[in-house]
Design a protein around this ligand. Sequence first.
Ligand code: UDP
Length: 376
Amino acid sequence: MPSRQILIFFSDTGGGHRAAANALRDAFHFLFPGEYEITFVDGFRECAPFPFNHIPDTYFPLTAYAPHLWGALFHSSNSRLSLPLSASFDDFILRSGCARVIRARAPDLVISVHPLINRAACNALKEIDPDTPFATVVTDLFDAHGLWFSAASDLVVVPTAGAFERGLKWKFPREKMRVIGQPISIKFATHAPAESQRALRERLGLRDDLFTILLVGGGEGMGPLRAIARALDHAALPIQLVVIAGRNKSLYKYLTELPWQIAVNVQSFVNNMPDWMRASDLVITKAGPGTIMETLAAGKPMLLSGYLRGQEEGNVKFVQETGVGVLRASPHAIVHQLRAWLDGDRAQLTAMQASATRAARPNAALEIAQELVKLL
Ligand code: UDP
């Protein structure tokens, strides 16, 4: 029987928070086998009263069909004046539910990987037992929202120096922050056995003679993936395309029924993203932080096809400033860029690949788990 309890607060708003929670759980189990029992708590679904328990169901429609409203919500809740209000509102709807879960589990450590749940979970814990440590693991790469830093956490782990600067801007104590990396699957870690790209492609049913592009839109299959896929199909480029539709069932159906002209492999939600990334030569994705850091860990260059207003704008900055990818925000611009790379000079691709390997933090989840146990 594991002797210690860890609670991880997350929510299924997108795929990134659950992916980060999974990575941390796997890292604890890998490093300390049998020592920790880890329980996930979807803060909104399990702790918020009706109708707020349905917030995860609104994420996809809101971000997909009303991106301007989403961006406005992000920015309007993220100023010096408005942040205390948004933090108090989250606290109001979530704190008593968080306290109920915390009392029931009596954890030794509580972790939050979600900016909106952070403060309520921390307040609930500290009211019940001020000595139990609380840690925040930030999953935004650059312009991290102020709510990440609004809890009285004992430790805040951030993925990049840019996010560290944000924490300072929000007056979070420097000595309680660590720059380690984004917690990505430990299948990306350097201890994991590396299969050759050729063997991987064979196992995944891919051709080995074509430049292979992985097209993905986060856990929910977001962004104009249909239009991009169609544009790539009609571009007459020497490519093979893998599209991962995630949980977007209508996208999956649409793509599997298209009369494709190019070699294509369409997947719904996959549990082996590291394999698909390593089998590819380039990743086309929206600017999701999880996918970006996974792409770097796989050592691949990337082409950003867009970003969520507000929340992912900083991730674009991170990609451009570290020289690991470019933003081409329309299907036409994507095809134009690919043609330039594939018909001509591939030096930029090679340079981006080298930068990706330099900026990668493949062992971040393991390093974060090692840091978190120091709190116990
Ligand atoms: N993901 C996955 N399988 C899929 C699609 C996505 O495991 O079929 C994972 C992906 O590897 C990443 C996460 O979902 O870890 C997406 O996180 P990101 O931060 O990129 O975007 P979000 O979905 O949170 O907007």
